[in-house]
Each structure stands twice: as C-alpha cells, then as structure tokens.
Ligand binder design. Structure first.
Ligand code: DX5
Ligand code: ZN
Length: 226
C-alpha cells in the first residue's frame, strides 16, 4: 500500500498571506499542498488560476497536488503542469477525452490523476487505471470547503482497490479527525483537509492527529478490500 499522505487544502488558507500559509503547513508536517482550481463553470465558484500556481511553486518545498475543477481540462492540462503541478487531477465528468488529457499531463512531466464526483461511478476511471498515478474520490460535491463528509462514497474506494488499483487513492471533502479513519479503512491513503487543518488551534497537532488516525485505521484487520 502506498504511504499515508496529508494534503492541506489551501482553499481554507488566508489568500492574502499565501506564502506564509504554505510555510506554516509545511512546517506543521504537510506532505503535499492541495491546490483547488475552479473555473466558475464546472463548479459554481472561482478560485485559483495559473499565475497563483506559478507563485506557489516558487515558495513551496512540498509537491503541489493540483485539483482542476474546470470544464476543459484538455485545454489547460499542460499549462498547469508547467506552472508547477506535481500531480494534476482532472474530473472524469469534465471530458470525453481522458486519454488525451493523460497524454498531455505525462508529456509535460506531471503525474496524471482523475477525480470522481460523489455521484459518478468508478467505471468512469477503470479504463484508465493503469495510466493513472492517483484517483481522487470526492466526498463532497466540489466547489466549496467546509462541507459535510458523505460516507456513502466510501465503497468506491474499496472497489478501486478490489479492481487492482495500487496507486495513490485520495479523498477530498469533509476530512477531519472524525472521518479520516473510515476513509483509510476503505482504502484511501492521501487525505485532503482544508477546514480541519487551517481551522485548527494547533495545526501541527492536528496534522499529527490526522496522520495517526489514518495509519491506525489502515493497519486494522477490518480494512476493506484487503
Ligand atoms: C472542494 C475542494 C476541497 C476543499 C476541501 O471542492 O476540492 O479540496 O478545499 O475542504 P474541506 O476539507 O474543508 O472539506
Ligand atoms: Zn480539492
């Protein structure tokens, strides 16, 4: 199984002090920095674009895990990798040309990943599993931080592991101390957390708590699909 990784979502950071916020969560133990790109079309919110990803790349010491919630991933995939995305995650719902998007990401030197909305079945990614370094299972409908975790998506994680996927399995939305264990037991190993990290009084303690919760749950014999 790939290692547990905690990826704070910068969507919950103070956008007026992004470089400081990056340093703060890196010093607190973040493995990856999750960057939510929204286009106001695929999702009803507008957030970060290419210039901000470039700026983040200059100050980040940890890999940028860039999640593009945009309607035309093929038009932008190469540019987000060139801007600094280590992993670039696009939505299965956004394109009929997933193979071409994967090609563009790989050609630019990035790690390709695909995301599934809560109501999208895993069959939308299974044809591509051998080319993906990661699959992202959304546990909220994308668009906003601070939403409630949807446990009904968890069987998709276990099903992806049963389908033989050995890459990174990421979960995003409503992850915190109360929900991380169930996600880890179902097979997730990369955990995005926005409000749970940036809203904590003690950020290093919160990241350690999340990591401990994930590692303990992943090690229990009840872990699904294994
Ligand atoms: C939602 C974003 C998430 C969001 C998670 O559309 O993809 O990454 O920042 O925020 P929390 O952890 O607060 O649910
Ligand atoms: Zn995200």
């Amino acid at each position: 199984m790939p290692p547990v990784r905690i990826a704070p979502s910068l969507l919950s950071a103070d956008f007026g002090r992004l470089a400081d916020e990056v340093r703060r969560v890196e010093d607190a133990g973040a493995d990856w920095l999750h960057v939510d790109v929204m286009d106001g079309h695929f999702v009803p919110n507008l957030t970060i674009g290419l210039p901000v990803v470039e700026a983040l790349k200059k100050v980040a010491r940890r890999p940028l895990d860039v999640h593009i919630m945009i309607s035309d991933p093929l038009a932008y995939a190469r540019r987000y990798v060139e801007a600094g995305a280590a992993t670039l995650t696009f939505h299965a719902e956004a394109t009929k040309e997933a193979g071409k998007v994967i090609d563009a990401i790989v050609a630019a030197g990035g790690q390709p990943a695909m995301a599934l909305n809560p109501d999208t079945p895993i069959e939308r990614v299974t044809p591509w599993l051998d080319r993906l370094s990661m699959v992202l299972v959304m546990s909220v409908f994308p668009g906003f931080g601070g939403q409630k975790f949807m446990p009904e998506v968890l069987p998709k994680l276990a099903a992806l592991r049963r389908a033989g996927f050995r890459g990174d399995l990421e979960i995003d939305g409503g992850i915190g101390p109360a929900t991380i264990a169930a996600a880890a037991q179902a097979g997730a190993n990369v955990f995005v957390a926005g409000s749970a990290v940036f809203g904590a009084q003690d950020v290093p303690a919160r990241i350690a708590e999340l990591r401990r919760g994930a590692e303990l749950a992943a090690a229990t014999p009840a872990a699904a699909g294994r």
